[in-house]
Design a protein around this ligand. Structure first.
Ligand SMILES: [Fe+2]
Ligand SMILES: [Fe+2]
Length: 322
């Protein structure tokens, strides 16, 4: 059985990969400005400055778009928790430290632009939004809990964020589509492009870790895949909003399996690698069994969703007829 590397050994061995991928990121990242994505001419004062406070009819967003926007924004707002996780598990030195700072700055821009958009267009209740932000940030977020693990460490962290960045990319992208507003769509496409670049950085680091210490890295990946939760857990109304988002295809189980989990596992070549020992083989079998079950859960979920949607449509028709 191969010996597990310590955190320090992993960070040391992966330092050149971090540097190379930091440089790759900096050369690919596009400069963009939140103010360019917000229709400022729609803005007006609230009651405190002599204008009118928010009321529901001012919003152009439907319930699904509101739920998705709020969930995605609160996730971005919780950046201090994610920063803490990454900063604790990555080194502060050299390329590692530069990445942590740069990534944090880029993520912060996502919360800025979404809040500006929502407040200026009166898309959601700004008072409820602020209360939810305070509650969510006070609860904080621990990816240890979301990954079902008490001990995160570098490998669990880097595999968690690989999946999470890709999941937020999918979620932002699909939220843009249901907003029914080309301005929101453009903004969320812009954010989704950032998330994709973040995902590539983490995916390349985790892929390099697999080459250096295959069994150990696969163990972390399998833990994360089997316990993965979207970062919204602990958010006010997370269940209700999560269900609405899944029901309307913004982020559902099939997208999770087919657009997030599988493409990353394929990129890492998990099922064709020949460098695992017996221990790694066993982890791989465990992962394969989990994915098979997930595939079945996807079908079950979709059947339930179809039934629910047709019941609702029938109800609407009955209401219109009466
Ligand atoms: Fe983000
Ligand atoms: Fe990101």
């Amino acid at each position: 059985m191969a010996r597990d590397l310590t955190q320090l050994e992993l960070l040391g061995e992966l330092q050149p990969v971090a540097e190379e991928n930091l440089n790759r990121h900096l050369s690919m990242a596009k400069e963009w400005h939140p103010h360019d994505y917000v229709p400022w001419d729609e803005g007006r004062n609230f009651a405190a400055l002599g204008g009118e406070d928010w009321s529901p009819e001012q919003s152009r967003l439907d319930e699904v778009a509101k739920a998705a926007m709020i969930t995605n924004l609160l996730t971005e707002d919780n950046l201090p928790s994610y920063h803490r996780e990454i900063a604790e598990n990555f080194s502060q030195d050299g390329a590692w430290g530069t990445w942590v700072g740069r990534w944090t700055a880029e993520e912060n821009r996502h919360g800025i632009v979404m809040r500006d958009y929502l407040v200026v267009t009166r898309g959601v209740d700004p008072v409820a939004l602020e209360q939810a932000r305070i509650e969510h940030m006070t609860n904080g977020f621990s990816s240890a809990a979301a990954g079902g693990h008490d001990q995160m460490g570098f490998l669990h962290s880097v595999s968690y964020v690989t999946f999470q960045e890709l999941a937020t990319r999918v979620s932002h992208r699909n939220t843009g589509k249901v907003c029914n507003d080309p301005i929101a769509d453009r903004m969320l496409q812009r954010i989704a492009a950032d998330e994709n670049l973040h995902m590539i950085f983490y995916r390349n680091l985790c892929g390099a870790a697999l080459d250096i210490s295959p069994d150990q890295a696969l163990r972390a990946i399998a833990d994360i895949v089997q316990n993965f939760q979207m970062p919204g857990a602990g958010m006010p109304n997370f269940r209700r909003n999560g269900v609405l988002m899944a029901k309307h295809g913004i982020y559902d189980l099939r997208q999770h399996l087919e657009d997030v989990v599988m493409p990353v596992l394929r990129k890492w070549n998990i099922f064709d690698r020949t460098d695992f020992t017996a221990e790694g083989e066993q982890t791989r079998e465990e992962l394969a069994a989990f994915l098979e079950k997930l595939e079945k859960d996807v079908l079950k979920f979709e059947e339930q969703r179809d039934r629910m949607l047709s019941r609702e449509a029938a109800k609407r028709q009955a209401a219109q007829a009466s």
